[in-house]
Design a protein around this ligand. Sequence first.
Ligand code: NAD
Length: 396
Amino acid sequence: MTAATIMPESGNAVAPMKLALLPHEPEGDARVCLTPQDTAVLTADGHRLAVPNNPSIDPAFSVNAFTDGGASFTDDVATAAECLLTLHPPSETLIARLDARHTLVGFLAPFERPEVIASLAEKGLTAVALELVPRTTIAQSMDALSSQASLAGYAAVMLAASRLAKALPMMSTAAGTIRPAKVLVLGAGVAGLQAIATAQRLGARVTAFDVRATAAEQVRSLGAKFASLPEAEDAETAGGYAKEASQAQLERQREHLKGLCSASDIVITTAQVFGRPAPTLVTEAMVDAMQPGSIIVDAAASTGGNVEIGRPDEDLVRNGVTVISDTILAARVARDASQVLSANIVALLKRIIDPTTARVKAEGEDEIADAVTVVRDGRITDERVAAQINQQGSST
Ligand code: NAD
């Protein structure tokens, strides 16, 4: 994709986009929203990008790499640009510097951090949440949740394998046979399927579980076993996501998974429910029943986690079992994650920005622009997020 496609096909005057990367917060995330390569394409087309000092800790994304691509350096992104790109919900300090001129585009955690959306709305600005890109064929190239989830699934297995004091594949040696490691993957969506494929390639014996019936076929097609729950109803919504399980259903699932967990060397959990906290699938008692030396990686930690005792961005060891709850697993492969994220963002901007105004297309003009715009000129336009903010307001 080239940024030339951002230009209008008509002969109307074009307003160049004035973009900036927000300083990376938290410090540990080495990804960037736009790569220097995509920057070069955008600036060649007349758009402008300003980068803060130290846009990333990855040397491939130094200020020099960006300025070589035509970007300028700024120590004040809020005044340098109108369209700000962010990897995470911005801090209150940064929000305080924004106003109605700004459009914020990035991962804004609208359901986990509704208070941030409320603060953005108070500023009268426009905010676009990457989490709200529809899961449709037409929006696939803009689907940053999927691109990052896929790399997170890969990173989860590599992380677990690096902590496990066992090899993953079967090995026949003169001194005897080493048995393959057993890997259990809970949740077989985008991240889970990539985790299954990665563990299979490394030679592990993989079993997976999901509440959606279509996931079973996908798991089996990767050569892994599917742990079906007898008499369970298919829990897929019309949008392809999972329905939230009731407490009774979750209880049955945990009962079903207990033995599988205790027999596994690695458990990767990826189960999420769109717009809701992640379900607890691995209880404290289930961790206690696992063999010392086993590893759990909770890839759902950013939405609350699937492991009862997990703590976001902390590694715990309990009775010899390690629980890793990394909320930004994709950042462990920051270059590839940035490359695909940057491509997603360029595709999204191309679709939702009106080239004659360099602002998000007017309401009703484009279904994808409408879906991703969570705040429009200070008005919260996503009903689910607005309801959550109201609920928070009435409970405080
Ligand atoms: P997700 O991150 O919301 O959830 C991950 C997985 O957890 C899902 O497979 C879900 O079924 C599962 N899960 C939820 N509750 C569970 C529970 N109690 N026990 C076990 N598993 C549970 O989902 P996702 O990875 O973003 O993908 C969801 C669906 O959307 C999939 O069908 C995927 O193929 C589809 N999708 C479609 C497109 C597209 O058409 N462009 C893009 C991305 C994803």
